[in-house]
Design a binder for this molecule. Sequence first.
Ligand code: NDP
Length: 503
Amino acid sequence: MTGPAPVPDRVREFLSRDHGHYIDGHWQRSSDAAMLESLNPATGRHLASIARGTVADVDDAVRAARRALTLPAWRELTPLARGELLHRLAELVDQYADELALIESLDNGKPMSVARAVDVGTTSKLFRYFAGWPSKFEGSTIPLSPRNNLEILNYTVHEPVGVVGAIVPWNFPVSMATWKLAPALAMGNTVVLKPAEDTSLSTLRLAELIGEAGFPPGVVNVVTGTGSVVGAAIAEHPDVDKVAFTGSTEVGRMITRAALGNMKRVSLELGGKSPHIALPDADPVEVAAAAAEGIFFNQGQTCTAGSRLYVHNDIYDDVMNALIDRARNIRVGPGTDPQTQMGPLVSSRQLATVSSYIDSGVEDGAVVVAGGGRPVDLPAGNVDGYFLEPTVLVETTHRMRVVREEIFGPVLVAMRWNDLDELVEMANDSPYGLAAGIWTGDLRAAHRIAGAIQAGTVWINCYNLTDPASPFGGFKQSGWGREMGRAVLEQYTETKSVWVNIT
Ligand code: NDP
Protein backbone atom coordinates (compact mmCIF):
# COMPACT_ATOMS: atom_id res chain seq x y z
CA MET A 1 0.00 0.00 0.00
CA THR A 2 1.18 3.54 -0.72
CA GLY A 3 -0.77 4.93 2.23
CA PRO A 4 -3.42 7.61 2.48
CA ALA A 5 -3.01 10.84 0.49
CA PRO A 6 -2.13 13.89 2.66
CA VAL A 7 -4.96 16.25 3.60
CA PRO A 8 -4.34 19.77 2.20
CA ASP A 9 -4.42 22.74 4.62
CA ARG A 10 -7.66 24.13 3.15
CA VAL A 11 -9.51 20.90 3.87
CA ARG A 12 -7.89 20.63 7.31
CA GLU A 13 -9.11 24.14 8.13
CA PHE A 14 -12.64 23.29 6.87
CA LEU A 15 -12.74 20.16 9.01
CA SER A 16 -11.53 22.01 12.11
CA ARG A 17 -14.45 24.46 12.15
CA ASP A 18 -17.48 24.06 14.42
CA HIS A 19 -20.01 23.96 11.58
CA GLY A 20 -23.30 25.77 11.97
CA HIS A 21 -26.44 25.70 9.80
CA TYR A 22 -26.71 27.61 6.53
CA ILE A 23 -29.87 29.66 6.91
CA ASP A 24 -30.92 32.75 4.94
CA GLY A 25 -27.48 33.03 3.37
CA HIS A 26 -25.63 33.01 6.73
CA TRP A 27 -23.88 30.47 8.88
CA GLN A 28 -25.62 30.36 12.22
CA ARG A 29 -25.58 28.42 15.44
CA SER A 30 -26.60 29.58 18.88
CA SER A 31 -23.57 29.83 21.18
CA ASP A 32 -24.89 27.08 23.47
CA ALA A 33 -25.91 24.79 20.62
CA ALA A 34 -25.05 21.15 21.12
CA MET A 35 -22.68 19.70 18.57
CA LEU A 36 -22.59 16.31 16.88
CA GLU A 37 -19.36 14.52 16.21
CA SER A 38 -18.72 13.32 12.67
CA LEU A 39 -16.40 10.30 12.74
CA ASN A 40 -13.94 9.15 10.11
CA PRO A 41 -15.19 5.63 9.28
CA ALA A 42 -11.71 4.52 8.22
CA THR A 43 -10.31 5.18 11.72
CA GLY A 44 -13.34 5.43 14.00
CA ARG A 45 -11.88 8.73 15.23
CA HIS A 46 -13.13 12.34 15.32
CA LEU A 47 -13.29 14.06 11.93
CA ALA A 48 -15.38 17.21 12.48
CA SER A 49 -18.12 18.81 14.57
CA ILE A 50 -21.50 19.80 13.16
CA ALA A 51 -24.42 21.54 14.83
CA ARG A 52 -27.17 19.39 16.29
CA GLY A 53 -30.17 21.17 14.83
CA THR A 54 -33.38 21.82 16.75
CA VAL A 55 -37.02 22.35 15.83
CA ALA A 56 -36.34 26.10 16.20
CA ASP A 57 -33.53 25.88 13.62
CA VAL A 58 -35.91 24.18 11.20
CA ASP A 59 -38.49 26.91 11.85
CA ASP A 60 -35.88 29.58 11.04
CA ALA A 61 -34.88 27.80 7.85
CA VAL A 62 -38.48 27.33 6.70
CA ARG A 63 -39.24 31.02 7.38
CA ALA A 64 -36.18 32.01 5.31
CA ALA A 65 -37.20 29.67 2.49
CA ARG A 66 -40.77 31.00 2.51
CA ARG A 67 -39.52 34.60 2.41
CA ALA A 68 -37.12 33.80 -0.43
CA LEU A 69 -40.03 32.60 -2.58
CA THR A 70 -41.26 36.19 -2.70
CA LEU A 71 -37.87 37.86 -3.24
CA PRO A 72 -37.76 39.61 -6.62
CA ALA A 73 -34.15 38.39 -6.91
CA TRP A 74 -35.53 34.85 -7.05
CA ARG A 75 -39.20 35.08 -8.10
CA GLU A 76 -38.55 37.46 -10.96
CA LEU A 77 -35.44 35.79 -12.34
CA THR A 78 -35.95 34.89 -15.96
CA PRO A 79 -35.76 31.16 -16.73
CA LEU A 80 -32.43 31.73 -18.50
CA ALA A 81 -31.02 33.63 -15.53
CA ARG A 82 -32.07 30.79 -13.19
CA GLY A 83 -30.30 28.38 -15.53
CA GLU A 84 -27.18 30.56 -15.45
CA LEU A 85 -27.06 30.37 -11.64
CA LEU A 86 -27.18 26.58 -11.86
CA HIS A 87 -24.42 26.61 -14.50
CA ARG A 88 -22.30 28.83 -12.25
CA LEU A 89 -22.78 26.37 -9.39
CA ALA A 90 -21.75 23.47 -11.66
CA GLU A 91 -18.57 25.37 -12.54
CA LEU A 92 -17.76 25.92 -8.86
CA VAL A 93 -18.33 22.24 -8.10
CA ASP A 94 -15.87 21.38 -10.88
CA GLN A 95 -13.40 23.96 -9.62
CA TYR A 96 -13.40 22.47 -6.11
CA ALA A 97 -14.00 18.87 -7.20
CA ASP A 98 -10.85 17.41 -5.63
CA GLU A 99 -11.55 19.11 -2.31
CA LEU A 100 -15.20 17.97 -2.29
CA ALA A 101 -14.13 14.43 -3.17
CA LEU A 102 -11.60 14.33 -0.35
CA ILE A 103 -14.17 15.60 2.16
CA GLU A 104 -16.63 12.95 0.91
CA SER A 105 -14.06 10.18 1.14
CA LEU A 106 -13.02 11.16 4.69
CA ASP A 107 -16.59 11.51 5.91
CA ASN A 108 -18.23 8.55 4.17
CA GLY A 109 -15.26 6.21 3.76
CA LYS A 110 -15.62 5.59 0.03
CA PRO A 111 -12.55 5.45 -2.24
CA MET A 112 -11.42 8.88 -3.46
CA SER A 113 -11.67 7.70 -7.06
CA VAL A 114 -15.37 6.92 -6.57
CA ALA A 115 -16.01 10.16 -4.70
CA ARG A 116 -14.36 12.17 -7.48
CA ALA A 117 -15.83 10.41 -10.51
CA VAL A 118 -19.23 9.37 -9.22
CA ASP A 119 -20.30 11.62 -6.34
CA VAL A 120 -18.76 14.91 -7.37
CA GLY A 121 -18.82 14.14 -11.11
CA THR A 122 -22.56 13.44 -10.91
CA THR A 123 -23.12 16.60 -8.87
CA SER A 124 -21.81 19.04 -11.48
CA LYS A 125 -23.45 17.03 -14.28
CA LEU A 126 -26.82 17.25 -12.51
CA PHE A 127 -26.61 21.01 -11.99
CA ARG A 128 -25.65 21.41 -15.66
CA TYR A 129 -28.43 19.18 -16.95
CA PHE A 130 -31.11 20.90 -14.86
CA ALA A 131 -29.74 24.35 -15.78
CA GLY A 132 -31.25 23.73 -19.22
CA TRP A 133 -34.80 23.03 -18.03
CA PRO A 134 -36.15 26.38 -16.68
CA SER A 135 -36.41 27.72 -20.23
CA LYS A 136 -37.78 24.47 -21.67
CA PHE A 137 -40.38 23.03 -19.32
CA GLU A 138 -43.38 24.31 -21.25
CA GLY A 139 -47.08 24.12 -20.51
CA SER A 140 -49.60 23.16 -23.21
CA THR A 141 -52.55 24.62 -25.04
CA ILE A 142 -55.32 22.07 -24.83
CA PRO A 143 -58.14 21.60 -27.38
CA LEU A 144 -61.40 21.43 -25.35
CA SER A 145 -64.94 20.37 -26.23
CA PRO A 146 -67.00 22.86 -24.17
CA ARG A 147 -70.81 23.03 -23.81
CA ASN A 148 -73.04 25.89 -25.07
CA ASN A 149 -70.84 26.75 -28.03
CA LEU A 150 -68.39 28.48 -25.77
CA GLU A 151 -64.99 29.11 -27.22
CA ILE A 152 -62.32 28.53 -24.61
CA LEU A 153 -58.60 29.03 -24.71
CA ASN A 154 -57.20 26.54 -22.22
CA TYR A 155 -53.54 26.47 -21.35
CA THR A 156 -51.38 25.08 -18.57
CA VAL A 157 -48.46 26.61 -16.73
CA HIS A 158 -46.02 24.98 -14.33
CA GLU A 159 -45.47 26.82 -11.06
CA PRO A 160 -43.06 26.02 -8.23
CA VAL A 161 -44.53 23.88 -5.44
CA GLY A 162 -43.03 26.31 -2.88
CA VAL A 163 -40.83 25.34 0.05
CA VAL A 164 -39.27 21.91 -0.50
CA GLY A 165 -37.95 19.91 2.46
CA ALA A 166 -35.22 17.55 1.28
CA ILE A 167 -34.01 14.72 3.53
CA VAL A 168 -31.10 12.72 2.18
CA PRO A 169 -28.99 9.70 3.19
CA TRP A 170 -25.30 9.05 3.70
CA ASN A 171 -24.41 6.72 0.83
CA PHE A 172 -23.84 9.40 -1.85
CA PRO A 173 -24.10 12.52 0.33
CA VAL A 174 -23.48 15.52 -1.94
CA SER A 175 -24.86 13.80 -4.99
CA MET A 176 -28.10 12.76 -3.22
CA ALA A 177 -28.51 16.35 -2.02
CA THR A 178 -28.11 17.49 -5.62
CA TRP A 179 -30.67 14.99 -6.93
CA LYS A 180 -33.18 17.07 -4.94
CA LEU A 181 -31.61 20.54 -5.17
CA ALA A 182 -31.06 20.71 -8.92
CA PRO A 183 -34.64 20.05 -10.10
CA ALA A 184 -36.15 21.96 -7.15
CA LEU A 185 -34.12 25.09 -7.95
CA ALA A 186 -34.54 24.74 -11.71
CA MET A 187 -38.32 24.91 -11.17
CA GLY A 188 -38.07 27.99 -8.91
CA ASN A 189 -38.66 26.41 -5.50
CA THR A 190 -36.75 27.14 -2.32
CA VAL A 191 -35.25 24.36 -0.21
CA VAL A 192 -34.59 23.33 3.38
CA LEU A 193 -32.14 20.46 3.20
CA LYS A 194 -31.15 17.99 5.88
CA PRO A 195 -28.06 15.89 5.15
CA ALA A 196 -27.50 12.63 7.04
CA GLU A 197 -25.87 13.24 10.42
CA ASP A 198 -23.05 10.83 9.55
CA THR A 199 -22.09 12.66 6.34
CA SER A 200 -23.05 16.35 6.39
CA LEU A 201 -19.67 17.85 5.50
CA SER A 202 -19.73 17.82 1.69
CA THR A 203 -23.21 19.36 1.72
CA LEU A 204 -21.99 22.14 4.03
CA ARG A 205 -19.15 22.82 1.57
CA LEU A 206 -21.71 22.80 -1.25
CA ALA A 207 -23.76 25.38 0.67
CA GLU A 208 -20.71 27.67 0.65
CA LEU A 209 -20.51 27.26 -3.12
CA ILE A 210 -24.24 27.97 -3.45
CA GLY A 211 -23.63 31.31 -1.70
CA GLU A 212 -20.61 31.99 -3.90
CA ALA A 213 -22.61 31.21 -7.06
CA GLY A 214 -24.98 34.05 -6.13
CA PHE A 215 -28.21 32.29 -5.15
CA PRO A 216 -30.28 34.80 -3.14
CA PRO A 217 -30.37 34.30 0.66
CA GLY A 218 -32.93 31.77 1.83
CA VAL A 219 -33.24 29.97 -1.52
CA VAL A 220 -31.18 27.08 -0.14
CA ASN A 221 -30.93 26.39 3.59
CA VAL A 222 -29.09 23.50 5.22
CA VAL A 223 -29.93 22.33 8.75
CA THR A 224 -27.76 19.55 10.16
CA GLY A 225 -28.69 17.19 12.96
CA THR A 226 -30.55 13.99 13.63
CA GLY A 227 -33.36 12.48 11.61
CA SER A 228 -35.61 12.11 14.64
CA VAL A 229 -35.44 15.88 15.37
CA VAL A 230 -34.49 17.84 12.23
CA GLY A 231 -35.85 15.33 9.69
CA ALA A 232 -39.09 14.84 11.59
CA ALA A 233 -39.54 18.62 12.03
CA ILE A 234 -39.19 19.14 8.26
CA ALA A 235 -41.63 16.32 7.48
CA GLU A 236 -44.21 17.70 9.93
CA HIS A 237 -43.74 21.41 9.28
CA PRO A 238 -47.01 23.09 8.28
CA ASP A 239 -45.20 25.61 6.06
CA VAL A 240 -43.22 23.07 4.02
CA ASP A 241 -45.10 22.30 0.79
CA LYS A 242 -43.28 19.21 -0.35
CA VAL A 243 -40.90 16.68 1.12
CA ALA A 244 -38.41 14.81 -1.04
CA PHE A 245 -36.79 11.86 0.72
CA THR A 246 -34.18 9.22 -0.03
CA GLY A 247 -33.49 6.54 2.55
CA SER A 248 -35.04 3.51 4.16
CA THR A 249 -38.58 2.35 3.46
CA GLU A 250 -39.29 2.46 7.21
CA VAL A 251 -38.42 6.17 7.53
CA GLY A 252 -40.19 6.81 4.20
CA ARG A 253 -43.38 5.52 5.84
CA MET A 254 -42.88 7.80 8.87
CA ILE A 255 -42.33 10.79 6.61
CA THR A 256 -45.44 10.02 4.62
CA ARG A 257 -47.52 9.90 7.79
CA ALA A 258 -46.01 13.16 9.07
CA ALA A 259 -46.62 14.86 5.72
CA LEU A 260 -50.35 14.21 5.95
CA GLY A 261 -50.82 17.13 8.39
CA ASN A 262 -50.80 19.74 5.62
CA MET A 263 -51.05 17.26 2.72
CA LYS A 264 -47.49 17.89 1.55
CA ARG A 265 -46.46 16.54 -1.78
CA VAL A 266 -44.20 13.56 -1.12
CA SER A 267 -41.61 11.89 -3.31
CA LEU A 268 -39.71 8.89 -1.99
CA GLU A 269 -36.65 7.04 -3.23
CA LEU A 270 -36.37 4.03 -0.97
CA GLY A 271 -34.58 0.74 -0.67
CA GLY A 272 -33.99 -2.10 -3.07
CA LYS A 273 -33.05 -5.76 -3.31
CA SER A 274 -32.24 -5.85 -6.97
CA PRO A 275 -31.96 -9.09 -8.96
CA HIS A 276 -28.87 -9.47 -11.13
CA ILE A 277 -29.54 -12.22 -13.69
CA ALA A 278 -27.23 -14.28 -15.90
CA LEU A 279 -28.62 -16.30 -18.81
CA PRO A 280 -26.90 -19.53 -19.93
CA ASP A 281 -25.14 -17.93 -22.93
CA ALA A 282 -23.50 -15.16 -20.85
CA ASP A 283 -19.73 -15.10 -20.45
CA PRO A 284 -19.03 -16.31 -16.88
CA VAL A 285 -16.02 -14.03 -16.41
CA GLU A 286 -17.96 -10.98 -17.58
CA VAL A 287 -20.89 -11.91 -15.32
CA ALA A 288 -18.58 -12.38 -12.33
CA ALA A 289 -16.99 -8.97 -12.91
CA ALA A 290 -20.39 -7.29 -13.27
CA ALA A 291 -21.84 -9.08 -10.25
CA ALA A 292 -18.86 -8.05 -8.10
CA GLU A 293 -19.08 -4.43 -9.22
CA GLY A 294 -22.88 -4.50 -8.86
CA ILE A 295 -22.70 -5.41 -5.18
CA PHE A 296 -19.29 -4.23 -3.89
CA PHE A 297 -19.32 -0.76 -5.50
CA ASN A 298 -19.64 1.86 -2.74
CA GLN A 299 -19.22 -0.91 -0.13
CA GLY A 300 -22.62 -2.27 -1.15
CA GLN A 301 -24.27 0.87 0.22
CA THR A 302 -26.14 1.58 -2.99
CA CYS A 303 -29.92 1.48 -3.30
CA THR A 304 -29.59 -0.25 -6.69
CA ALA A 305 -26.95 -2.76 -5.52
CA GLY A 306 -27.32 -6.02 -7.42
CA SER A 307 -27.71 -7.87 -4.16
CA ARG A 308 -29.50 -11.01 -5.40
CA LEU A 309 -27.56 -12.91 -8.05
CA TYR A 310 -29.44 -15.48 -10.18
CA VAL A 311 -27.14 -17.55 -12.40
CA HIS A 312 -28.33 -20.19 -14.84
CA ASN A 313 -27.33 -23.69 -13.77
CA ASP A 314 -25.20 -24.22 -16.94
CA ILE A 315 -22.73 -21.49 -15.97
CA TYR A 316 -23.27 -21.29 -12.21
CA ASP A 317 -20.03 -23.03 -11.16
CA ASP A 318 -17.87 -21.02 -13.58
CA VAL A 319 -19.45 -17.72 -12.54
CA MET A 320 -19.13 -18.49 -8.84
CA ASN A 321 -15.48 -19.57 -9.09
CA ALA A 322 -14.60 -16.32 -10.89
CA LEU A 323 -16.72 -14.25 -8.52
CA ILE A 324 -15.23 -15.75 -5.36
CA ASP A 325 -11.77 -15.11 -6.76
CA ARG A 326 -12.65 -11.47 -7.45
CA ALA A 327 -14.26 -10.95 -4.05
CA ARG A 328 -11.18 -12.30 -2.26
CA ASN A 329 -8.87 -10.01 -4.22
CA ILE A 330 -10.64 -6.69 -3.72
CA ARG A 331 -8.30 -4.33 -1.87
CA VAL A 332 -10.10 -3.11 1.26
CA GLY A 333 -8.66 -0.07 3.02
CA PRO A 334 -9.07 3.63 3.77
CA GLY A 335 -10.77 5.56 0.97
CA THR A 336 -7.95 8.09 0.82
CA ASP A 337 -5.43 5.41 -0.18
CA PRO A 338 -5.26 5.40 -4.00
CA GLN A 339 -4.84 1.58 -3.93
CA THR A 340 -8.15 1.06 -2.14
CA GLN A 341 -10.99 -0.51 -4.07
CA MET A 342 -13.46 -0.85 -1.20
CA GLY A 343 -13.54 1.42 1.85
CA PRO A 344 -15.12 0.97 5.29
CA LEU A 345 -18.86 1.03 5.90
CA VAL A 346 -20.22 4.41 6.90
CA SER A 347 -20.66 3.82 10.63
CA SER A 348 -20.19 1.28 13.40
CA ARG A 349 -24.00 0.97 13.43
CA GLN A 350 -24.06 0.03 9.75
CA LEU A 351 -21.20 -2.43 10.27
CA ALA A 352 -23.13 -4.07 13.12
CA THR A 353 -26.31 -4.24 11.02
CA VAL A 354 -24.58 -5.79 8.02
CA SER A 355 -22.60 -8.24 10.18
CA SER A 356 -25.80 -9.36 11.90
CA TYR A 357 -27.33 -10.08 8.48
CA ILE A 358 -24.39 -12.35 7.66
CA ASP A 359 -24.93 -14.15 10.98
CA SER A 360 -28.63 -14.53 10.27
CA GLY A 361 -27.87 -15.98 6.82
CA VAL A 362 -25.55 -18.58 8.35
CA GLU A 363 -28.10 -19.43 11.05
CA ASP A 364 -30.70 -19.96 8.31
CA GLY A 365 -28.40 -22.37 6.42
CA ALA A 366 -26.54 -20.13 3.96
CA VAL A 367 -22.84 -20.84 3.35
CA VAL A 368 -20.18 -18.10 3.28
CA VAL A 369 -17.86 -18.72 0.29
CA ALA A 370 -16.02 -15.40 0.39
CA GLY A 371 -15.42 -12.86 3.16
CA GLY A 372 -17.84 -12.79 6.06
CA GLY A 373 -15.61 -11.04 8.57
CA ARG A 374 -13.28 -8.14 9.17
CA PRO A 375 -10.15 -7.90 6.98
CA VAL A 376 -7.04 -9.03 8.81
CA ASP A 377 -4.34 -6.96 7.07
CA LEU A 378 -5.49 -3.38 7.74
CA PRO A 379 -2.89 -0.65 8.35
CA ALA A 380 -2.29 0.01 12.06
CA GLY A 381 -4.16 3.34 11.94
CA ASN A 382 -7.27 1.68 10.55
CA VAL A 383 -7.86 -1.27 12.86
CA ASP A 384 -10.76 0.57 14.54
CA GLY A 385 -12.35 1.48 11.18
CA TYR A 386 -15.67 -0.02 10.08
CA PHE A 387 -14.27 -2.48 7.53
CA LEU A 388 -15.90 -5.65 6.29
CA GLU A 389 -14.71 -8.13 3.69
CA PRO A 390 -16.58 -8.46 0.42
CA THR A 391 -18.93 -11.32 1.22
CA VAL A 392 -20.70 -13.95 -0.90
CA LEU A 393 -23.36 -16.31 0.44
CA VAL A 394 -24.57 -19.41 -1.40
CA GLU A 395 -27.16 -22.11 -0.62
CA THR A 396 -29.58 -19.25 -0.07
CA THR A 397 -33.36 -19.45 -0.49
CA HIS A 398 -36.21 -16.98 -0.65
CA ARG A 399 -37.26 -17.84 2.89
CA MET A 400 -34.09 -16.27 4.32
CA ARG A 401 -33.91 -12.68 5.59
CA VAL A 402 -30.65 -12.19 3.67
CA VAL A 403 -32.58 -12.77 0.45
CA ARG A 404 -35.72 -10.80 1.36
CA GLU A 405 -34.34 -7.72 3.16
CA GLU A 406 -32.08 -4.88 2.05
CA ILE A 407 -28.70 -5.44 3.73
CA PHE A 408 -27.02 -2.27 2.40
CA GLY A 409 -23.51 -3.62 2.67
CA PRO A 410 -21.04 -5.71 0.64
CA VAL A 411 -23.02 -8.95 0.91
CA LEU A 412 -24.20 -10.87 -2.14
CA VAL A 413 -26.64 -13.78 -2.06
CA ALA A 414 -26.33 -16.14 -5.03
CA MET A 415 -28.91 -18.58 -6.39
CA ARG A 416 -29.23 -20.97 -9.34
CA TRP A 417 -32.07 -21.08 -11.85
CA ASN A 418 -33.20 -23.34 -14.68
CA ASP A 419 -36.59 -22.21 -15.90
CA LEU A 420 -37.24 -18.70 -17.24
CA ASP A 421 -40.75 -18.41 -15.77
CA GLU A 422 -39.50 -19.48 -12.37
CA LEU A 423 -36.63 -17.01 -12.65
CA VAL A 424 -39.02 -14.10 -13.29
CA GLU A 425 -41.17 -15.25 -10.39
CA MET A 426 -38.13 -15.30 -8.08
CA ALA A 427 -36.86 -11.94 -9.34
CA ASN A 428 -40.26 -10.39 -8.61
CA ASP A 429 -40.63 -12.12 -5.25
CA SER A 430 -39.58 -9.05 -3.26
CA PRO A 431 -41.33 -6.10 -1.63
CA TYR A 432 -38.88 -3.91 -3.56
CA GLY A 433 -38.79 -2.99 -7.26
CA LEU A 434 -35.93 -0.57 -7.80
CA ALA A 435 -33.65 -2.12 -10.42
CA ALA A 436 -32.57 -5.30 -12.20
CA GLY A 437 -29.68 -6.42 -14.40
CA ILE A 438 -29.66 -9.02 -17.18
CA TRP A 439 -26.57 -10.52 -18.88
CA THR A 440 -27.03 -12.30 -22.20
CA GLY A 441 -26.43 -12.05 -25.95
CA ASP A 442 -30.01 -13.25 -26.49
CA LEU A 443 -31.73 -9.88 -26.75
CA ARG A 444 -35.13 -11.43 -27.39
CA ALA A 445 -34.96 -13.16 -24.00
CA ALA A 446 -33.49 -10.03 -22.39
CA HIS A 447 -36.37 -7.84 -23.59
CA ARG A 448 -38.89 -10.44 -22.51
CA ILE A 449 -37.42 -10.51 -18.99
CA ALA A 450 -37.12 -6.71 -18.92
CA GLY A 451 -40.85 -6.49 -19.71
CA ALA A 452 -41.80 -8.97 -17.00
CA ILE A 453 -39.66 -7.59 -14.19
CA GLN A 454 -41.22 -5.20 -11.69
CA ALA A 455 -38.47 -2.60 -11.43
CA GLY A 456 -38.04 1.08 -12.19
CA THR A 457 -34.73 0.49 -14.00
CA VAL A 458 -33.58 -2.54 -16.00
CA TRP A 459 -29.99 -2.73 -17.22
CA ILE A 460 -29.18 -5.15 -20.05
CA ASN A 461 -25.48 -6.04 -20.37
CA CYS A 462 -24.56 -3.15 -18.09
CA TYR A 463 -25.25 -2.29 -14.45
CA ASN A 464 -25.59 0.70 -12.13
CA LEU A 465 -25.53 3.34 -14.85
CA THR A 466 -27.50 6.52 -14.20
CA ASP A 467 -27.80 9.75 -16.11
CA PRO A 468 -29.55 13.01 -15.22
CA ALA A 469 -31.63 12.63 -18.39
CA SER A 470 -33.08 9.20 -17.60
CA PRO A 471 -35.90 8.73 -15.05
CA PHE A 472 -34.98 6.85 -11.89
CA GLY A 473 -37.25 5.44 -9.20
CA GLY A 474 -38.95 2.37 -7.90
CA PHE A 475 -41.93 0.10 -8.28
CA LYS A 476 -43.62 -1.31 -5.16
CA GLN A 477 -42.00 -0.36 -1.82
CA SER A 478 -38.96 1.19 -3.53
CA GLY A 479 -40.64 4.55 -3.67
CA TRP A 480 -43.05 7.09 -5.05
CA GLY A 481 -42.30 9.20 -8.09
CA ARG A 482 -39.25 9.50 -10.29
CA GLU A 483 -36.01 11.45 -10.00
CA MET A 484 -34.04 12.83 -12.95
CA GLY A 485 -35.07 13.57 -16.50
CA ARG A 486 -38.22 15.40 -17.47
CA ALA A 487 -40.18 13.10 -15.16
CA VAL A 488 -38.81 14.69 -11.98
CA LEU A 489 -39.94 18.18 -12.99
CA GLU A 490 -43.55 17.15 -12.37
CA GLN A 491 -42.54 16.43 -8.76
CA TYR A 492 -41.31 19.99 -8.21
CA THR A 493 -44.15 21.91 -9.89
CA GLU A 494 -47.87 22.43 -9.60
CA THR A 495 -49.71 22.45 -12.91
CA LYS A 496 -52.25 25.23 -13.29
CA SER A 497 -54.97 25.01 -15.93
CA VAL A 498 -56.14 28.45 -17.12
CA TRP A 499 -59.50 28.81 -18.90
CA VAL A 500 -60.17 31.94 -20.97
CA ASN A 501 -63.59 32.51 -22.45
CA ILE A 502 -62.95 33.98 -25.88
CA THR A 503 -66.50 33.48 -27.24
P1 NDP B 1 -32.62 6.40 7.18
O1 NDP B 1 -33.77 6.17 6.29
O2 NDP B 1 -32.82 6.34 8.64
O3 NDP B 1 -31.91 7.81 6.87
C1 NDP B 1 -32.09 8.58 5.73
C2 NDP B 1 -32.31 10.03 6.12
O4 NDP B 1 -33.51 10.16 6.86
C3 NDP B 1 -31.21 10.58 7.00
O5 NDP B 1 -31.01 11.95 6.71
C4 NDP B 1 -31.82 10.42 8.38
O6 NDP B 1 -31.25 11.28 9.34
C5 NDP B 1 -33.25 10.80 8.10
N1 NDP B 1 -34.20 10.34 9.12
C6 NDP B 1 -34.07 9.35 10.02
N2 NDP B 1 -35.17 9.26 10.80
C7 NDP B 1 -36.02 10.21 10.38
C8 NDP B 1 -37.33 10.62 10.78
N3 NDP B 1 -37.99 10.04 11.78
N4 NDP B 1 -37.91 11.64 10.11
C9 NDP B 1 -37.28 12.26 9.10
N5 NDP B 1 -36.04 11.93 8.70
C10 NDP B 1 -35.42 10.91 9.31
O7 NDP B 1 -31.50 5.40 6.79
P2 NDP B 1 -30.29 4.94 7.72
O8 NDP B 1 -29.30 5.95 7.59
O9 NDP B 1 -30.70 4.63 9.10
O10 NDP B 1 -29.98 3.55 7.07
C11 NDP B 1 -30.82 2.43 7.42
C12 NDP B 1 -31.13 1.60 6.22
O11 NDP B 1 -31.85 2.39 5.26
C13 NDP B 1 -29.92 1.14 5.44
O12 NDP B 1 -29.37 0.00 6.01
C14 NDP B 1 -30.51 0.89 4.10
O13 NDP B 1 -31.15 -0.36 4.09
C15 NDP B 1 -31.56 1.98 3.96
N6 NDP B 1 -31.06 3.13 3.18
C16 NDP B 1 -31.42 3.22 1.89
C17 NDP B 1 -30.93 4.24 1.11
C18 NDP B 1 -31.29 4.37 -0.31
O14 NDP B 1 -30.56 5.00 -1.06
N7 NDP B 1 -32.40 3.84 -0.75
C19 NDP B 1 -30.01 5.23 1.64
C20 NDP B 1 -29.72 5.08 3.05
C21 NDP B 1 -30.24 4.06 3.76
P3 NDP B 1 -29.94 10.88 10.18
O15 NDP B 1 -29.15 9.93 9.38
O16 NDP B 1 -29.28 12.17 10.33
O17 NDP B 1 -30.44 10.33 11.44
